[in-house]
Structure formats: C-alpha cells, structure tokens
Design a protein around this ligand. Sequence first.
Ligand code: SAM
Length: 377
Amino acid sequence: MPAATLPEPDAAARCASDALLARIEQELRGGGNWMSFARYMALALHAPGLGYYASGAAKFGAAGDFVTAPELGSLFGRTLARQVADLLRPGDAVLEFGAGSGALAGALSEALEALDVRTEYLILETSAELAERQRARLRTSVRWIDALPETFSGVVIANEVLDAMPAHALAWTPQGVLERGVCLENARLAWCERLATGEVLAAAQALQIEAGERYESELSLAARAWLRTVAERLTRGAILVIDYGFPMHEVYHPQRSRGTLMCHYRHRAHGDPFFLPGLQDITTHVDFSALARVAEAGGLEVLGYANQAQFLVNCGITELLGEVAASDARRYAPLAAEAQMLLSPTEMGELFKVLALGRGVVPKLRGFTEGGRAHTL
Ligand SMILES: C[S@@+](CC[C@H](N)C(=O)[O-])C[C@H]1O[C@@H](n2cnc3c(N)ncnc32)[C@H](O)[C@@H]1O
C-alpha cells in the first residue's frame, strides 16, 4: 500500500513524529549522515518518550495499529496456561517480556490460578508508558522488573516481542554484501548503502545467500543477543517464543528477495519504514532457526517448534471452546470468532510459530505432541 494513501494523523501526533524526526536528524548529522537500519528501528520504536512503543500512541486494538493474539480475548492465555502449568515447579516464576497492554498477563495469571498453580508473575517491559498501562490494568500479584535476574527458574514468555527488536537491513549483490542504512537525502529520510563490515557482515555471510541478482533481507542481531542472555540466566525451565516468522530457509527463500520488513499503521500493512516515524510499528519476521542455534550454543535444548494453530490445538483450545454450549450464542459466538483468528491458516494459525527452548526439562511438551516441526529448524 503506498504511504500516500494512509490516513492522516492529528496535529498532536504529527508534532510528536516531527520531534522524533528531529532527534533522528540530529544523530545523523553527528554520524556522517548515516545510521544502520537497526539503529533507526531502535530510535523509531524505542527512543524514550518519542519512539512508537515509548510514546502514548494507542498501538493495540481497534483504535490502534494492530491486534495481537492476547488482545483478541482470553482464549490464547487460557490455552497457553496449560503448557505453562506443566512446566512450572514449586518456587518457579513466569517472566513475560514485552507485555503490551497486559492482556496476556491478565488472562494467563488468572488461568494459572484457576489451575491451582501458585507462581510469581514477573513482567520486564522496556516501555515506561506501556508498563504504566499494565499497572493500571493488572491488579493481580504481578511484579515489574527492569532488568533480567542474574538467575531464573521457570517459564519465560515473549509474544510478538522479537519481531519488534531492531534488525539490520542488507542487500546481497554480486559486488558483495551491502548494509542498507538510513541517511538524509533532500531533507528526507532515505535508504543509503555501504559495504557491510564486522559482525553484521559475518552474520550475513553465514546465511550463505547466493546473490546472482540483488537479494534484500534483514537479520536481527538484537533478537539473538536477547536470547543469548536469557539462555545464560535460565537455570531450569523453558523459554516460549511466539511470533510470526519461519525457519531460516524460508525467511531467506530465493523468492523472498525483498525481505520481511513490514510496517503497521492503523490496521494497514505497508513497507515504508520512513512514514511518520514514531507513529507506526516497524517489524521483521523472526528467523527461528537462528534462535534455535543460539539457544543450543548456550546449552539449551529445542523442546518443540510448531505453528500456533497446532500448538494451541495440542494444548486443548477446542476443549476450552467446548466448555461453552454452541446453543449459547451470546457467549459462544465471540469465543468461536477468537478461535478462528488464532487458528485459521489465513489469520494467525500458520504464520505465527511457537518455539520452546529449555534447560532441565523433560522434552515432551503437550504443545508439540502432534505436528511439531523442530526438524525444519
Ligand atoms: C507488539 S508488542 C506485543 C505486546 C504483547 N506481548 C502482546 O502480545 O500483545 C511488543 C512489546 O514488546 C515490548 N518490547 C520491545 N522490545 C523489548 C525488549 N527488548 N524487552 C522487553 N520488551 C520489549 C514493547 O514495548 C511491547 O510491549
């Protein structure tokens, strides 16, 4: 969708975006008119007070820009709770990264209580603004932490968090690997390329992409670094990464030659990351194979990998749906609509995946009993 056809923001929102743009321009002027796309994404999404996640933008739900699985209702959290309950041992905690509006924390902690599982629920949220929203919503025994504990035992959950982590943009060309960065051109933000170097070049070369012609894509060193740290600190338990993405060979499929960069603004998806910085979400698909390799290097085991539909069905979503009589249309219809969104291959069922990584856990998780595809990683 061309950015010109997207809805206009109001004056206050435009003013906030202009302030972020000024902040980005200032950094560009101090850095020889170039910054990596990962740096741009970090500023556009997370710059204190101005970035998309750090500012007051609505973000979630009908009034926002996108809908996540927990925002649809409580079915996702209640189903996930069954898997989480299996994994928890006495004294363990649940640690949710990037809890958004707090919808998952609310549904999951309530469902765990209903299953008679007593556990501490921790949230690590980088956005002060969202942490405020979570506090207002969650009156349960949630505890917010601002750094990862030195050691952790229990279940770590990251739902749609890794796609929001900064990614480097690259172009593989017959002349070599170029890093696609951001510069000012005619007073506007634009793509500017230079030869990739250092860690970015090494990671790009490791993907072994044949560049007969130009091939563009992204890779998130930040997501890998995040997992490396979480893996180091996990003494026993599991990490559940739930997000949209693919195994490496599909992320970097020869036909996906324009990458996976996607922006979300008022429920429209488009590909222009320079459109109204700070007012739109910017994401890239998750490379689940890269995460599996990082986890294994850190001594974790891949406990399972499946698409979201398969995982939720294995965890018993249809039993939960069956608890409400289909004849009770007032209660059943919204639940069925929610299940349809979570499970349908044309909605979230196929594109979204669940990757479970663990240490000291018996690798027979209920979410992966049927149709798990860890072999594709
Ligand atoms: C797309 S939202 C998803 C929110 C929620 N998990 C859900 O599914 O509705 C991304 C969330 O991740 C948070 N976030 C982004 N990077 C993060 C990081 N490195 N650590 C913790 N939270 C992060 C954002 O502030 C936001 O809460």
